[in-house]
Design a protein around this ligand. Structure first.
Ligand SMILES: *Cc1c(COP(=O)(O)O)cnc(C)c1O
Length: 352
């Protein structure tokens, strides 16, 4: 027996990457930062904990002000959410009357939210090299959403192409999910003044060490943001809790630390790409904090399992187009060296 509404009974929920004991595993499966937040962030959270008897600030001022400044936008052009997942959820819930379209190989939550909000979703295949061709969306109607750089491929779309699409379709909302933009690619944020039909979505989870705090944002035209707030204030005005607000505010005062970790990640990524190529892997030229790689001699699932036995956790997606691949989060340089050592051993065993 179920009490769940009929319309939700066939939902396929999102499958998050495993969270495991980090003492035991090298965790390269959920694209988090391998580094802890800067000490000042931890301190700010402890301080904020003294006021947990009060509701959180609905304006999220401590984050909104420095974030608006950092991004070069007005506070009124900024929406803050409980992770960017929540921001995306509002997009699917409230801005999809004429449907929504997204690539076949992309962030899994787009499909999940389409199911949850029963949105008319069109899934558009990427090209055979996993590149995104926006012309493929010209004949459709309604909202378009894609990640840039895309996940799990890491492939980046040129800003000019996105601008041309937005200009060709002034009556369609274009949502660019920039979860990985700090690791490569050109942000669209500076263009929200020019395009009222552009929403850029960002997160503190990947490049700012705050995956567990749940803090994401949307940047867009003031009217668009006001509409999103209409939804937010109809569900949960206190969506960003006060500990997270303190953490987010503090992170924005530690930009030097954040930038340094981004540079370390990019260096480790490029080093790992070369090493994997030497081992015979085929890869996309990922601009994210992850690699997307397959080996001609060994199935993705086999490799995933073999790594798991060696206590290295990566992500394997059991989907027709991606089942040969692994998505490997870029950890510290040391972790990536351990990964390469493990892969070398596994491949030697296959050859033997
Ligand atoms: C990780 C990720 C998100 C979600 O990030 P949160 O802010 O942690 O909810 C959104 N989009 C893409 C493409 C991601 O990879």
């Amino acid at each position: 027996m179920t009490f769940l509404n009929q319309k939700y009974q066939n939902l396929t929920p999102y499958t998050p990457g495993e969270q495991v004991n980090e003492q035991e595993y090298i965790k390269l499966n959920t694209n988090e930062s391998p580094y802890p937040p800067a000490p000042a962030v931890q301190k700010a959270v402890v301080e904020a904990s003294h006021s947990l008897n009060r509701y959180s600030d609905i304006a999220v001022e401590v984050v909104a002000k420095p974030l608006a400044q950092y991004l070069g936008v007005k506070k009124e052009q900024l929406f803050l959410g409980n992770g960017s997942d929540e921001v995306l959820s509002y997009v699917f819930q409230g801005f999809t009357e004429k449907g929504i379209a997204f690539p076949d190989v992309t962030y899994g939550f787009y499909q999940v939210y389409s199911g949850l909000y029963q949105v008319d979703a069109t899934v558009v295949p990427l090209k055979s090299d996993f590149s995104l061709e926006l012309k493929d969306y010209d004949e459709l109607s309604g909202t378009v959403i894609f990640a840039n750089p895309n996940a799990p491929t890491g492939i980046q779309l040129a800003q000019g192409e996105i601008c041309e699409f937005i200009e060709r379709h002034p009556n369609r909302l274009v949502v660019v999910d920039e979860a990985y933009i700090d690791f490569g690619g050109e942000s669209m944020v500076s263009l929200v003044d020019r395009y009222p039909n552009l929403l850029v979505v960002g997160t503190f989870s990947k490049s700012r060490q705050l995956a567990g705090a749940r803090l994401g944002f949307g940047v867009g035209n003031e009217e668009l943001i006001a509409d999103m707030n209409r939804l937010r204030f109809s569900l949960n005005p206190y969506n960003v809790n006060s500990l997270t607000q303190a953490a987010g505010g503090a992170v924005l005062q530690e930009q030097e630390y954040v930038d340094q970790k981004i540079q370390e990640t990019i260096q480790a990524r490029e080093w790992s790409k070369l090493e994997l190529t030497k081992l015979g892997f085929e890869q996309t030229d990922s601009q994210g904090n992850f690699l997307f790689a397959k080996h001609p001699n060994i199935a993705g699932e086999t490799l995933f399992t073999a790594l798991r036995e060696k206590k290295i956790l990566v992500r394997w997606f059991n989907q027709p187009r991606t089942k040969d691949f692994l998505r490997i989060t870029v950890g510290t340089q040391e972790q990536m060296e351990q990964l390469v050592t493990a892969l070398t051993t596994i491949l030697e065993e296959v050859d033997a």
